[in-house]
Ligand binder design. Sequence first.
Ligand code: ADP
Length: 551
Amino acid sequence: MGSSEEILSLRRELDAVEARFRSIVDRSVDGVIVLDLDGRICFANRSCADLFGRPVEELPGGEFGFPALAGETVEIDLLRPDGRKPVAEMRVAETTWEGEEALLVLIRDITDRKAAEERERALIREQSARAEAEAEARRVDILNRARDAIESTLDLDGVLRALAGVVSAEIADVCLIDVDDRYGPMRRLVAARRDHGRLALIRGLEERPARLHESSPEARVFRTGRSELVPEVTDAWLEEAGADADAEWFQICHAIRPTSLMMITLLAGTLPWGVVTLFSSDPETVYGPSDLELASELMRRAGIAIENARLFRLAQEANRAKSDFLAVVSHELRTPLSAIVGYSGLMEEGLGGPLTESQREQLSAIQRSASHLTRLIDQLMVFARLEADREEVEAEEVDAARVAHDVVSLARPLARRRNLTLLESIPEDGATLVTDERKLSQILINLITNAIKYTEEGEILLEVEAKEHEIVFRVRDTGIGIDADKLEEIFRPFHQLEDPSTRSRDGVGIGLSLVRDLTRLLGGEVSVESVPGDGSTFSVRLPREHVGGLS
Ligand code: ADP
């Protein structure tokens, strides 16, 4: 040892080892850097040229520029002079370099890995956005379908059935609606998916009493107004829910086995009105907050439809009560009135002894008032019958010309009293039609009395025109006329254009409503044209053949 040759050979060996080590380090894909403790680069392998975008010879002696702490692995963003920004993972370990303490820094280019990760994240984001959009579209679709179904009827049970139908087709396997509307016994309505295996049993649920006033979960929801979501229906839950139920309840529950359920209050407007229980029998379906939200929105909309149907039913009932009242009152008034008409007739005939001239005048005033009252009461009776759909058509072959002549003769004294000329334009023959004569007379009388009532001076004309398939009756007057925007409302019952407190003319406002309803009953239509200040023309078109034929 110690000879210079030996030292030389050792040195060569050392150089060869170092060269091998360098070539290994240089071939490494990762960047390898050795830093002194001041952060200056002592060594950099070839891969660093790529990472830093500079010839590797330029690196030693320069500042590394990133804080390097032994034992750490961090991500760094490199910046190359050409503008590229590779992302790298940097690992730092302690080492020695030429006898001094130093740091070994390994830099791995992870730009591609990061890009792939980002692409994957974007894909997931896109997929979940699509799933969300699809769920939203389905939600909107269900709500629209439900709206179409429940708004298509004003019948309460119809609304409930439509609601149960949509729900059991779209959201739940079974939909149970328990109703306590305070007006009658509690009701229950059940709907299920058509292909549900336990359909017969589920239908049987309809027969079982609703439990809205017991200690059942549905009673709790009804009382508090708070919806309940049971993602997983356990045996324990069923035990508690059926605490006061009978054995049959448990049997049915176990047979149809709800796996997940929601209970929601049903309001009619703001009034608690019932509880809807929705459940799934499929263990795969687990209801969550978004299902509850959708179902609650559905029930909110149903609540509006229910309130409308409820108000409609109340209005119908009130209207029926009014018609019944009218029918009873007019009948009661008619009886004593017949006595007045009858006895005054006997007096006029002189059966009670001879009358003086002034007595005769007073008697005819009584008779005029009595017949006016009779007409009014008759109108009310017809109105009540029409409202209750009890007015029947007795169709026969009728000569329109004769009916028109009769009506004109009847109205003539009235027109004369008001100094009005009453004219007629009626074809002598060929104006027959199949219709109800009494109703036709009533229509024409109402129109002519109105024409007389609302005309101060001039003339009234009744015109009959025979067409091939219809007969047209026109009543023209030269009266006060009607504003264009009032032409529709005058046909509404009890609707008068003049203020009732200052009204000088008699009438209760049902004359034209009767004209329209009777005309429609006879298969025809009525229309009006008018120029305020100049007069009005009412036209009634009746088919020659009555739709129902001869009675
Ligand atoms: P009434 O005559 O008992 O008030 P109607 O139903 O017969 O009730 O008529 C409704 C309203 O239509 C009347 O109050 C009146 O304002 C208006 N009207 C009806 N006929 C005429 C007419 N020929 N000319 C002008 N206004 C009329």
